[in-house]
Design a protein around this ligand. Structure first.
Ligand SMILES: Cc1ncc(COP(=O)(O)O)c(C=O)c1O
Length: 385
C-alpha cells in the first residue's frame, strides 16, 4: 500500500505556466488585457468557433449564454439531472424554470427519450452536458432542438478537447461553455469561455461580461484606447484576468500532451478493470473521442458486500482519493424542495448515483500512482465480493 495520499486531482502546472504568470506580474498589467485577447483567439481557433468570450467561470459563461439567447422569467430550459448545480442555477438566475431530465445509465449522458418528453410550449432551450468528457449525441439533440425551435447551450465544462464525429464540440451551435476550474482539463484556477459562431450572441455576451460597458479596461487604458465608455446594459463582472489567461495560453499549447497522458491512464484502467468482477465502466459511444476529464466506475452492488460510500472510505484507507460526479440535482435539498421531487422521479440517476466513483485521472500521475489505484480497486473488490 502507498504511504502518501494520492489526491483525486492535481493540476499539471510546469515551469512554462509559472514563467508566463510571472511575465504578466512583471508587465504590471494583471487584469483583462492582451493575453486574454490572445487566449480567446487561440481557443476559438482550437475548438473551431468564430467567437470566444473569456470569463471567470463556466457558470458565468452559461449565464451570459442564456442572456444572449434572451431567456425570460417563466421560460423553461431543459437541464440534465446528472450534472453540477451550476447548469441549473443559471436558469434560476432569470426566474426561468430548469426542467430536469434523467440520464442514460450506461453513459450518464442526458436521456434523449426523456428529454423529448419534457418539451412543452414554454421550452426555450436545452443545456446538455458532455458528461465526464464524452460528447452527447449532438446531431440527435440538434435535430430535436430544430424540430421544436429551441436553442442549445452546451455545458462543455468537462469537454475540452472532446471530439464529436471528427469535430471539436466547441464548433457546434448555438453556444458552447467551457470551464477552466482548477480540476478541469485546461486549468486557470477559475475561468471559463463561451464560444459561438453567432456574432450577435458573442457581442451581447462580451458587453454583459463587463458591466454592460461598450469598451473593456485594456481598450481604455492602453495607448490606442480612449477613456470614454458607455453603459449599454446592466451587466456583470465576469471578465477573465491576464494572470489566469497566462495559465490558459500555456495549457492550451500543451492540450495534446495533456490529453495523451489522460488517455493513457484511461487505457491502463480500462485494460485492468475489464477483467474485474463487481465493477463496470461507462459505455463509450462510437461517434467521438473523450477528453477523459473523469474516469467513472460503476459498482455492481449485487456482487459486492459494500456500498459506494464504504468503497470510497476503503480507497481512502489505501491512500487513494476519489470523488462522485454527481449527486443528482433532484436529491439536493434546494431543488428537491422547490419542485417537490421524489427520488424515483429520475430513477436512472437515483440508482446509478449509488454506484458511481470517479477515480484519479490527471496528467502528472506516475506509473506507480496508476498501479496503486488499480491495485487498491482490486483489493477492495477482492475482499468484498
Ligand atoms: C458539468 C459542470 N458544469 C458546470 C460547472 C461549473 O464550472 P465553473 O466552476 O467553471 O463555473 C462544473 C464544475 O465543476 C461542471 O462539472
Amino acid at each position: 500500500m502507498r504511504d502518501t495520499f494520492l489526491p483525486f486531482h492535481k493540476a499539471s502546472i510546469g515551469e512554462q505556466e509559472i514563467n508566463e504568470v510571472i511575465d504578466s506580474l512583471k508587465s504590471g498589467w494583471i487584469t483583462t488585457g492582451p493575453k486574454t485577447k490572445r487566449f480567446e483567439e487561440k481557443f476559438s481557433a482550437r475548438v473551431g468557433a468564430k467567437y470566444a468570450v473569456a470569463v471567470n467561470s463556466c457558470t458565468a459563461a452559461m449565464h451570459l449564454a442564456l442572456a444572449a439567447i434572451g431567456i425570460q422569467e417563466g421560460d423553461e430550459v431543459i437541464v440534465p439531472v446528472m450534472t453540477f448545480t451550476a447548469t441549473a442555477e443559471v436558469v434560476a438566475y432569470f426566474k426561468a424554470v430548469p426542467v430536469f431530465v434523467d440520464c442514460n445509465p450506461d453513459t450518464l449522458l442526458i436521456d434523449i427519450a426523456d428529454l423529448e418528453k419534457k418539451i412543452t410550449p414554454k421550452t426555450r432551450a436545452i443545456m446538455p452536458v458532455h458528461y465526464a468528457g464524452q460528447a452527447c449525441d449532438i446531431d440527435e439533440i440538434a435535430a430535436i432542438a430544430k424540430k421544436h425551435g429551441l436553442k442549445v447551450i452546451w455545458d462543455a465544462a468537462h469537454s475540452f478537447p472532446t471530439v464529436y464525429k471528427g469535430k471539436n464540440v466547441g464548433s457546434f451551435p448555438d453556444i458552447v461553455c467551457f470551464s477552466f476550474y482548477a480540476t478541469k482539463t485546461l486549468a486557470t484556477g477559475e475561468g471559463g469561455m463561451a464560444v459561438t459562431d453567432n456574432k450577435e450572441f458573442a457581442d451581447k455576451m462580451r458587453i454583459l461580461s463587463l458591466h454592460g460597458m461598450n469598451r473593456d479596461a485594456w481598450n481604455r487604458y492602453s495607448k490606442e484606447g480612449s477613456w470614454y465608455y458607455e453603459i449599454v446594459a446592466p451587466g456583470y463582472k465576469y471578465n477573465l484576468t491576464d494572470i489566469a489567461s497566462s495559465l490558459g495560453l500555456v495549457q492550451l499549447e500543451r492540450a495534446d500532451e495533456l490529453l495523451e497522458k489522460r488517455k493513457s491512464i484511461a487505457q491502463r484502467y480500462s485494460e485492468a478493470f475489464k477483467e474485474f468482477r463487481g465493477i463496470s465502466m461507462l459505455a463509450k459511444m462510437p461517434y467521438g473521442e473523450s477528453s477523459w476529464h473523469l474516469f467513472v466506475i460503476k459498482l455492481d452492488l449485487e456482487m459486492l458486500s459494500i456500498g459506494r460510500g464504504q468503497f470510497i472510505e476503503e480507497l481512502k484507507i489505501r491512500n487513494i482519493g476519489s470523488s462522485v460526479h454527481f449527486i443528482p440535482l433532484h436529491l439536493h435539498p434546494y431543488w428537491k424542495e422547490i419542485y417537490s421531487f421524489k427520488e424515483s422521479d429520475f430513477p436512472a440517476a437515483a440508482a446509478v448515483y449509488q454506484q458511481i466513483v470517479s477515480l484519479p485521472i490527471f496528467p502528472d500521475m506516475s506509473e506507480n500512482d496508476i498501479t496503486n489505484v488499480i491495485d487498491a480497486v482490486a483489493d477492495i473488490i477482492g475482499k468484498n465480493q
